[in-house]
Design a protein around this ligand. Structure first.
Ligand SMILES: *[C@@H]1O[C@H](CO)[C@@H](O)[C@H](O)[C@H]1NC(C)=O
Length: 493
């Protein structure tokens, strides 16, 4: 009791020193709701009657028609109008993982979170099943899309369709798609078992395709996926990640055999610390640690050991620490969309803490032990920083708190909505809005932007895409993290 009391006192003193004591209580439930709402603004396709982001309209309604397939729907990745398969699949996996781990803490937001998963999985299901032995992985050529600043509702750039096949393989994008479909099948297991079974069946097939025809989509489709979502980490990480999700989603023992026979070759022992749309290694380790902690399968201990190494790299003062934090306390991995790494790391901290707490277990950093509560406090610090408790005093979630970015690098948000400006705004005419100093006319509520630099500095400039562009994969893991704190508002007391 006394220990707990001094803990929260210390916290308040810390906040006083930073002049933020007044904002000590953040409304995590509000942030959670907004983080999910953002996905409605990224929707492509025919919008449903219950669409809440009403400044958006239908778009991309003939996507796929050039190849006589239906590729309508899915998400735009960020501030442009391209549908990129690799980040969309990763986004869907992380939304699904958020629901799987923390859905019971979402209270009123669970249905909205499931709808966000489904908007992704519906599209991925089409992309995976439209043509046998191939997977559609992208709609639109980003080189052409980026030459325009257009609303998705009146874009007129070519909607070229790209796919991977046996001859032009893409094991990275295919295995990530398998992971997304498998994770989504877990989300819908009870609420819609027929849909869940369909997702699992498609996941099984697309994983088999990924594994059988090996290669990176960066080689097969280089000019349209690089440098945008080039698979820098190759495809080994996705194969192991996809197999791990299929193991979780199915009762088929062949995936555990696959993990045990191929884990070593596919990166089980690599210590790489950037969990992102590109690199799945540390996510796989945390996911398989659960299996180790629950069932004590000796062959999986390696994943727990390397998850521990990852945690040690993050916790200041522990043996193995090797991360950078800004003076204000934000994890810093790089100046281009840094918050994507912060949200993904935060999610893994909380998920690992949950696995350890549920199954009994602790983290070894050399001779010292890190308790699960330290992971939660580090995660909380990152979440609170993003929501406004930082030296700049600004929230990096649009529409949350009193101060947040107003010049977000996002076509739909920065151009006037159709209802305010029904006439089309052409490719080149749109650029005046990119370069204008006025705030975005449509508030992109819930979007988390790229975020501040290594010195906690942030320039709210629409053309500063490294800092002001949002992305679905920044938000997706944050949905789970926010659910955790919304469900445990008194974690400090
Ligand atoms: C398990 O998965 C393997 C690989 O996809 C497949 O060949 C096998 O038929 C599956 N077994 C069952 C019982 O579904």
């Amino acid at each position: 009791m006394i220990q707990k009391l001094s803990y929260s006192l210390l916290f308040c003193v810390f906040l006083l020193l930073n002049h933020h004591c007044a904002t000590a209580t953040l409304n995590y439930a509000d942030a959670l709701e907004k983080s999910i709402l953002f996905f409605e603004a990224q929707r492509s396709g025919q919008l449903p009657p219950n669409q809440r982001v009403t400044w958006r309209g239908n778009s991309g309604l003939s996507d796929g028609s050039s190849n006589q397939v239906d590729l309508v729907g899915g998400y735009y990745d960020a501030g442009d109008n391209v549908k990129f398969g690799l980040p969309m699949a990763f986004t869907t996996t992380m939304l699904a993982w958020s629901v799987i781990e923390f859905g019971n803490m979402m209270s009123g937001q669970l249905d909205n979170a499931r709808a966000a998963v489904r908007w992704g999985s519906d599209y991925l299901l089409k992309a995976a099943t439209a043509t046998p032995d191939s997977l559609y992985v992208q709609v639109a050529d980003p080189n052409q899309d980026h030459r325009c600043w257009e609303r998705p509702e009146d874009m007129d750039t070519p909607r070229n369709v790209y796919r991977v096949t046996a001859q032009n393989p893409g094991s990275d994008v295919a295995a990530e798609t398998a992971a997304a479909l498998a994770a989504a099948s877990i989300v819908f297991k009870d609420s819609d078992s027929a849909y869940s079974a369909k997702l699992l069946q498609a996941a099984t097939k697309v994983f088999d395709f990924a594994n059988r025809y090996r290669g990176s989509y960066s080689d097969s489709l280089n000019s349209v996926v690089c440098p945008f979502y080039c698979s820098y980490s190759g495809y080994h990480d996705e194969l192991l990640w996809g197999a791990s999700w299929l193991h979780h989603a199915s009762e088929n023992t062949s995936y555990m055999s696959y993990i045990q026979s191929n884990g070593h070759t596919l990166g089980a022992e690599d210590d790489d610390y950037s969990f992102s749309w590109d690199d799945k290694r540390v996510g796989t380790k945390v996911l398989l640690s659960k299996e180790f902690l629950q069932n004590r399968i000796d062959a999986l201990q390696v994943y727990k050991v390397h998850s521990d190494n990852y945690i040690c790299s993050l916790v200041p003062g522990s043996n193995g620490f090797q991360s950078h934090y800004t003076p204000g306390g934000l994890l810093f991995k790089g100046s281009d969309s840094n918050l994507q790494y912060v949200t993904s790391t935060t999610f893994l901290l909380l998920t690992y803490a949950k696995y350890l707490t549920t199954n009994g277990g602790s983290i070894s950093c050399g001779s010292t032990t890190v308790p699960a509560k330290d992971l939660i406090s580090l995660a909380k610090k990152q979440v609170d920083y993003i929501l406004g408790q930082n030296p700049a005093g600004t929230s990096y979630m649009v529409g949350f708190g009193n101060q947040y970015p107003l010049h977000v690098h996002h076509r739909g948000s920065s151009l006037p909505a159709l209802r305010d400006h029904p006439g089309r705004i052409s490719c080149n005419d749109g650029f005046q809005y990119l370069y204008s100093g006025s705030p975005n006319p449509n508030l992109l509520v819930g979007a988390i932007v790229g975020g501040p630099d290594s010195g906690d500095g942030f320039s709210d400039d629409r053309n500063n895409h490294r800092q002001t562009e949002p992305a679905t994969y920044i938000n997706a893991p944050f949905v789970g993290a926010l659910a955790f704190f919304a469900g445990n508002p008194n974690i400090w007391h």
